[in-house]
Design a protein around this ligand. Structure first.
Ligand code: DAH
Length: 327
């Protein structure tokens, strides 16, 4: 018996417990309820004489304690390790995480929305996939009109009536078809043109559109609104209205601002051509209105003093991070 218990003692000592699985194997091997080595020894004690039982009982009890001790040591070490991993506590206030920044084009878009909302303009979205009528014909640009050349875009081969809109002016038509004046509406979004990519042009860019129709809208209202929009965006700047041509406005003008010793064109606008109102069944004898459109990338180049619009679409995080302080 002595030899046997010595061997078991040695086995307990040498058993390497590194993982929880090892621990379970160890426990089952020595202390398992049915077949544990020590459990069996305890059961066998009943079979021997009282005298021997006392002696061996003591030895076996020590073996049992040794095995239990080994288990406790592993468990206490493991608890310490577990404590090192902080437990998740949802009640602790969160650490601040790095917040991203808005894209400069979104910053300008939001600014325009803020400025125009203050004078009663509502925001309306329009589809980027348009048909010929909304993008051209209803805006007084019939099929053979030369101004279509300047706004060549991407057509669907199977159905050339479907195209990617070349300007946000198509939103005018969509809105006027559904609503009766008076209304002041703005829309901002992507437009597409068949352009070679360069520092100044891209096949996709963003435009903002605004239009106002009521009973006695005059060119004076247009000038005041544009003056308010431009000074809100740029601060006090010199503004110039230059006669121009757009098929959907009459008269039409282009707006320039004086910036860094030169005049820079920033938008087109004019009084909505009565023919456009007729196309959407608005009585041009009763109602008149104005409209304006501007390119967001160009505005952004001026505001942030940048030279190349390609940087807007590179998604370079170092560029985007510089707009953190703005919303
Ligand atoms: N749609 C024009 C363009 O893309 C810009 C424009 C000019 C919009 C005059 C207007 C406007 O609403 O009145 O070049």
């Amino acid at each position: 018996m002595n030899q046997k218990t010595d061997k078991i003692k040695e086995e307990i000592k040498c058993f390497r417990i590194k993982t929880r699985n090892d621990l379970e194997t160890f426990r089952i091997k020595f202390l398992g309820k049915k077949k544990g080595i020590i459990t069996i020894l305890i059961k066998e004690l009943k079979k021997i004489s009282i005298h021997k039982r006392k002696i061996y009982g003591k030895i076996i009890n020590e073996l049992k304690k040794e095995a239990q001790n080994k288990i406790k040591i592993f468990q206490s070490k493991n608890e310490i390790q577990n404590e090192k991993i902080p437990k998740f506590d949802p009640t602790i206030p969160g650490k601040s995480i790095e917040i991203g920044s808005r894209h400069p084009l979104s910053i300008i878009k939001n600014r325009i929305i803020d400025i125009l909302t203050k004078i009663g303009f509502l925001y309306e979205d329009g589809p980027e996939i348009e048909n010929d009528w909304h993008n051209f014909t209803a805006l007084n640009i019939p099929i053979s009109h030369p101004s279509r050349d300047m706004q060549d875009t991407f057509f669907l081969c199977k159905n050339p009536d479907i195209l990617l809109r070349t300007h946000t002016s198509s939103v005018q038509i969509r809105y006027m078809k559904k609503h009766r004046p008076p209304f002041r509406v703005m829309s901002i979004g992507k437009v597409y043109r068949n352009e070679t990519i360069s520092s100044r042009s891209n096949f996709m860019f963003h435009q903002a559109e605004g239009f106002y129709i009521d009973k006695q809208v005059s060119f004076y209202d247009l000038k005041q609104t544009i003056h308010y929009l431009v000074t809100s965006l740029f601060g006090e700047e010199k503004i110039r209205f230059r006669p121009s041509y757009f098929p959907f406005t009459e008269p039409s003008v282009e707006v320039d601002i004086y910036c860094n010793n030169e005049w820079i064109e920033i938008m087109g606008c004019g009084m909505i051509d009565p023919q456009v109102l007729k196309n959407v069944n608005i009585d041009s004898e009763i109602y008149s209105g104005f409209a304006f459109g501007l390119g967001i990338e160009r505005l952004s180049l001026i505001i942030y003093k940048m030279k190349d619009i390609r940087i807007y679409f590179d998604n370079d995080i170092r560029f985007l991070k510089q707009f953190k302080s703005e919303f």
